[in-house]
Design a protein around this ligand. Structure first.
Ligand code: FAD
Ligand code: NAP
Ligand code: NAG
Ligand code: NAG
Length: 441
């Protein structure tokens, strides 16, 4: 057997080069002056979500003023809700500024990690995806910044293997796909589907969308930020901070809608009403019943519509909630027996929450799976640490998601928290895992 390659140890290993991993790396440099770290990602470049989701129409639904780091405000966004390309560009600029690109190695899959009590280090197993070579590296701190929406949910539909056209998930978009004059099927009606459809419809011969359950859809217009405004924001950083603060406050206030009290109920009802009115004002009447949810607002993120409902009026656009039965060589066949001719199938089916399946073993070889089984849920301390897994931290870990504000704010509070939970204070940063076995955990 080939001998396992072992890389020289480093103090911190970060898995994931998205917003979370990048923020953590920047923090190591600016807050701890720590250069001895490695950042790995299975994708070949930095950016995470914003590197993977390059489907047409992809954008944020949180104002760019707030979808940016507190330590790297960006006066340069050209739109209130910037496109995927602008966000990715922003992240790459920050990565360069903080020299994170020099520590990044892409095309590497993290497959396992185990705590070594003797050396008080993590032994991390990684695989070079291209060469399939497995290698190992030790670190004192291991940070999981693997994201929440990373493993596309590739649904299996009977007959998919005989389909002659291509099937592609929105998060695996290839720029060489040509939809010109194609009959396209889109499966799903979440945010990804709602963004991609208006962006491709005019190119295609037709789009047939297969939906299951409705979402609360609300009106959202984008606003251009003029060069004059951008200049002003560049010259008066205080103004940029003030806008950011006000927008964050506004989003924080909307939290009341998620409370289980009378005010919260009224708030939810008002969103539901607004959404219903918007659908009735904008979408063809034949689709109203399909599009308007009867369940309460609050469990799922709202869909911010910039053109999707209007698209439903187009003669080459069809929406159906007839469940898919199977796929033939050139069609999608539904339960009622109807066959829709299609050339390309786009899966806008979201993500499987399998990012925590990686084999992680803490003290005494206890696995993460066993740990969570013992508690009956994905138990963590403040969503960043787990008892028995010393110096292992999550950024945007279990139960950290928030529907009403920018994920970047959550991410920044995660690593802020994590750095308080390491066993010694900066600049030494790392303590013995056993000296204070319960430090904060
Ligand atoms: C299309 C889309 C739009 C979104 N829009 C918004 C928005 O408007 N506002 C908002 O707040 N949030 C939005 N989100 C959520 C978004 O995911 C977060 O805002 C944020 O980008 C998460 O950053 P992250 O670094 O935690 O995760 P990611 O960006 O997902 O990065 C995680 C990285 O870890 C890597 N990775 C995972 N497992 C492994 C492994 N085992 N080995 C190697 N590498 C691994 C992945 O390849 C990935 O690059 C959106 C998500 C999607 C998919
Ligand atoms: N900022 C943005 O504007 C933006 C853009 C894209 C994504 N996002 C975020 O990213 C996350 C994922 O969004 P997404 O739109 O990619 O996915 P999603 O919200 O999970 O939606 C997936 C869609 O696929 C359908 N689906 C899943 N499995 C199916 C199956 N087996 N058969 C038929 N239909 C199936 C779902 O139907 P059911 O609803 O019936 O399950 C749903 O309509 C969300 O949190 C979203 O907020 C945000
Ligand atoms: C959506 O919002 C824009 C701007 O606020 C407004 O001009 C438009 O009329 C709204 N559309 C509907 C259908 O409410
Ligand atoms: C929502 O609409 C219903 C039905 O039209 C109405 O009775 C209710 O008062 C509205 N609620 C709010 C908060 O707007």
């Amino acid at each position: 057997m080939e001998e396992l390659l072992t890389l020289p140890p480093c103090r911190v290993i970060i898995i994931g080069g998205g917003v979370s991993g990048l923020a953590t790396a920047c923090s190591l440099m600016k807050d701890y002056d720590l250069d001895d770290y490695c950042i790995y990602d299975r994708q070949t470049s930095l950016g995470g979500t914003w590197n993977a989701n390059i489907y047409p129409g992809c954008a944020v639904d949180i104002p760019g003023f707030c979808y940016s780091y507190s330590f790297a405000p960006n006066p340069g966004f050209t739109q209130l809700f910037p496109s995927q390309a602008e966000i990715l560009h922003y992240l790459l600029v920050v990565a360069k500024q903080y020299r994170v690109d020099q520590h990044f190695k892409g095309g590497v899959e993290w497959t396992a990690a185990s705590w070594q009590d003797k050396s008080r280090t993590w032994l991390v197993t990684l695989k070079d995806i291209q060469t399939q070579r497995v290698f190992r590296q030790e670190s004192q701190i291991l940070i999981s910044a693997v994201g929440g929406l990373v493993n596309p949910c590739e649904i299996s539909i009977p007959g998919a293997d005989r389909f002659k056209g291509s099937i592609m998930h929105t998060a695996r978009w290839k720029n060489d796909i040509d939809l010109t004059n194609k009959h396209v099927a889109v499966i799903g009606n979440g945010a990804s589907a709602t963004q991609v459809i208006p962006a491709i419809i005019d190119k295609t011969k037709s789009v047939t969308q297969f939906m299951r359950s409705p979402h609360h859809i609300v009106n959202a217009t984008n606003h251009q930020i003029s060069p004059e405004w951008r200049n002003l924001l560049r010259r008066v950083p205080l103004l940029l901070h003030l806008i950011r603060l006000l927008l964050f406050l506004y989003m924080e206030i909307t939290w009341f809608r998620f409370q289980n009290n009378r005010l919260g109920k009224i708030g939810r009802e008002s969103v539901k009403n607004r959404s219903r009115t918007y659908v009735q004002d904008t979408a063809p009447k034949i689709y109203w019943d399909m599009l308007i949810p009867t369940y309460e607002f609050g469990c799922r993120r709202r869909i911010f519509d910039r053109g999707y409902l209007a698209t439903l009026h187009k003669s080459n656009m069809f929406l159906t909630d007839d469940p898919i039965l199977e796929i033939s060589e050139d069609s999608v066949i539904t339960h009622s027996g109807e066959a829709f001719r299609v050339d390309t199938i786009l899966l806008a089916t979201g993500f499987a929450l399998t990012q925590y399946d990686v084999d992680l073993r803490g003290r005494n070889g206890k696995t993460r799976e066993q740990h969570w089984k013992q508690y009956g849920h994905k138990a963590t301390y403040k969503s960043i640490a787990m008892h028995g897994f010393p110096n292992f931290f999550y950024i945007l870990g279990p139960n950290s998601g928030r529907l009403y504000t920018s994920t970047i704010q959550i991410i920044e509070s995660c690593y802020g928290n994590a750095s308080h939970q390491t066993n010694t204070s900066p600049p030494s940063l790392i303590g013995g895992g056993q000296k204070h076995p319960r430090a904060g955990i």
